[in-house]
Design a protein around this ligand. Sequence first.
Ligand SMILES: CC(C)(COP(=O)(O)OP(=O)(O)OC[C@H]1O[C@@H](n2cnc3c(N)ncnc32)[C@H](O)[C@@H]1OP(=O)(O)O)[C@@H](O)C(=O)NCCC(=O)NCCSC(=O)CCC(=O)O
Length: 526
Amino acid sequence: MARESESGLPIEPVYGPEALQGWDPAEKLGEPGKYPFTRGVYPTMYTGRPWTMRQYAGFGTATESNARYKQLIANGTMGLSVAFDLPTQMGHDSDAPIAHGEVGKVGVAIDSIDDMRVLFGGIPLDKVSTSMTINAPAALLLLLYQLVAEEQGVSADKLTGTIQNDVLKEYIARGTYIFPPKPSLRLIADIFKYCKAEIPKWNTISISGYHMAEAGASPAQEIAFTLADGIEYVRTAVAAGMDVDDFAPRLSFFFVARTTILEEVAKFRAARRIWARVMKEEFGAKNPKSLMLRFHTQTAGVQLTAQQPEVNLVRVAVQGLAAVLGGTQSLHTNSFDEAIALPTDKSARLALRTQQVLAYETDVTATVDPFAGSYVIEKMTDDVEAAAVELMGKVEELGGAVNAIERGFQKSEIERSAYRIAQETDSGERVVVGVNRFQLDEEEPYEPLRVDPAIEAQQAERLAKLRAERDQQAVDSALAALRKAAEGEDNVLYPMKEALRARATVGEVCNALREVWGTYVPSDAF
Ligand SMILES: CC(C)(COP(=O)(O)OP(=O)(O)OC[C@H]1O[C@@H](n2cnc3c(N)ncnc32)[C@H](O)[C@@H]1OP(=O)(O)O)[C@@H](O)C(=O)NCCC(=O)NCCSC(=O)CCC(=O)O
């Protein structure tokens, strides 16, 4: 009897040639590094260069996070990935009443250029690529990064990295939105234009399915809703007057890797094929780089357990393997204690070591797209693709991603899938080792890392000092210029950069935009 995959598609006990009847490898696969990119975006893939080992990290103050980054670099991480605390992600200063209790908790607190300078102190920004998980205030953090690079004597054309900048999935699954969809999309188009002119090697967005997956989306839903968001961004930028080939090469993506290796490999391959086709056929992109779906992967946090946490090391290894077999460009492997608390130094190192074992002790990097031609993988790739294309069609019928979001479509589809997973886990049909099978009578004690609550007061002190020292008139007039650009059509990033240079804070800059653009209130459909 066929088993159901995570997307609810059949997995047969045995596959043979009949599974691929009429299947044309020239059409479905092509060569690695060529349309439709099923086999990977680069001709040589990991035989030419391994994926970027990019561990997501950040907590407490800029000083503590800077120390963690240096440790990760010393241990062999190949790129940085910054986690910001919730107040920063929501565009509030650490001393704002709403920030109370959250400062430095799930990431680093950044209030101004003073903090950003400390965060990257002693890290040469022309040598490292940096991803920043920041969405509604993405422009601010990008500009702060550019300002710190200028202070280091590094010109913007040398900077490489990524801002997440994917507000649509915030409405669907993650929640750190500030402005309504229309000004949010305008801001994103401004960022695309600014980067094209000023920071050409920067990846301007990381269109993310990861958080949808964490909220319960199936693999087919994850890629369908993510690619639909991608289509909305492309339409926005084209409507703002950009040529598709001027920004599409710098779009990037972000997916999860679950323990279900076979379907995950199929999912990554299907996503590449769909995106290449959409970019070519719908948007008429000519530059091959515009057709390449490049992606970062994080192993599935939602599959980690607080019970017998060391078992998570094994899950992460399996998940990481799925990402690598699927051709990821960049990978974060979770630490085994992440279901309990922030990773300790040791658990963060072990997570990185897991990637190093995959890269240097296995043979999966010796040849490109090792599963190509496998009956089951090719059949599943076709099946996941068909399921995702069907869901993307439903989003289109609703008028595209934003309209579908406003009707609550993606969210309710994901909730349905989450409910199914919860039911299967409760009934024991879905085995979770250590949770509903193979439990211990008594869990072993575990000492988690805790963020020092004094950090909030320290940040407030730094802000008071900054406000006392800076030229307030310069800040006020820079913020007035920013509001004026936001009211009209000028690119807001230029005046925003001047405000940040004058030491306006993240909260002040976001408040100026809130005054003009308002804030988003989800509809009742949610
Ligand atoms: C495009 C990616 C996906 C990866 O970029 P990278 O720089 O790492 O890799 P890359 O672009 O593939 O490769 C770097 C350079 O090497 C080249 N290169 C790579 N492989 C090659 C090969 N085989 N042959 C020839 N060249 C090759 C590329 O062309 C590129 O150069 P050129 O550029 O010159 O072509 C980027 O967007 C990225 O790093 N994303 C990370 C996102 C992230 O960390 N997110 C964390 C979210 S954490 C989160 O959200 C979790 C939970 C939460 O907070 O809610």
